[in-house]
Design a protein around this ligand. Structure first.
Ligand SMILES: [Zn+2]
Length: 224
């Protein structure tokens, strides 16, 4: 479904995946759980584009629900994978970049462990390492924003021309609106707080979170 012109959310995948469409190529943000590759490729096809049009896969963080289908999509498209150095290392080793704490919502935890168990295909390391403040030539400039806290190498991505911020799991959404990274999945809560402040200061009009619905008219809706 189209969020704004040329920015789409891919339906039917777990952990939100977003697609930025330009004439010269496509950019995917996060790649769902293992087994979501087909849905991602079908969606590219539904837009009348070829798998080989996918040029980049940007990774917010190396949790299984965000990198589970990286290897499948990469193999089918030839896209290059971009992440922070910390998350790249975790992807190379097929693990999360931080320990997952016990407790919390038992269902979420069981799901997480199940996904981990079937996480046989390692995503592999990134092809390109990203650092804070870097600009990528996507829709007039996509800014890499370091938002560590949920994980030690977490990144968000900001399209300033469109006013669209992709937060990964540093900010997620539920029926009540935007929320901080869930405590039980958080590596460092204080750093999440700093990350939220940085993100709120960007002036984004639309927030595309790693989980939950996209939030439009986002000013003033960032979590406290
Ligand atoms: Zn997630």
């Amino acid at each position: 479904m189209e969020i704004v012109k040329n920015i789409y959310q891919i339906p039917g995948v777990f952990a939100n995946c977003y697609l930025i469409v330009e004439p010269e190529g496509l950019t995917l943000i996060d790649a769902g759980i293992p087994g979501n590759g087909k849905k991602i490729l079908q969606y590219i096809d539904s837009l009348g584009r070829s798998p080989h049009d996918l040029k980049r896969i940007l990774i917010t963080h190396a949790d299984m629900d965000h990198v589970g289908s990286v290897s499948t999509v990469k193999k089918a498209t030839g896209a290059r994978v971009y992440s922070s150095a910390v998350e790249s290392q975790a992807m190379a080793e097929g693990r999360s970049s931080r320990p997952v704490k016990a407790g919390g919502n038992p269902l979420r935890r069981i799901l997480f462990l199940m996904v981990g168990r079937f996480f046989s295909a390692k995503p592999g390391p990134a092809d390109e390492l990203l650092t804070d403040g870097q600009m990528l030539p996507i829709m007039g400039g996509l800014k890499v924003v370091e938002t560590i806290g949920h994980t030690p190498g977490h990144l968000s991505f900001y399209l300033s021309a469109a006013g669209v911020l992709f937060t990964g799991d540093s900010i997620v959404a539920d029926e009540k609106g935007l929320q901080r990274s869930r405590p039980n999945f958080t590596w460092d809560a204080a750093k999440v707080g700093e990350a939220v402040l940085r993100q709120a200061a960007l002036g984004a009009r639309i927030v595309c979170p790693g989980h939950g619905p996209v939030v439009k008219d986002a000013a003033g809706k960032f979590p406290a």
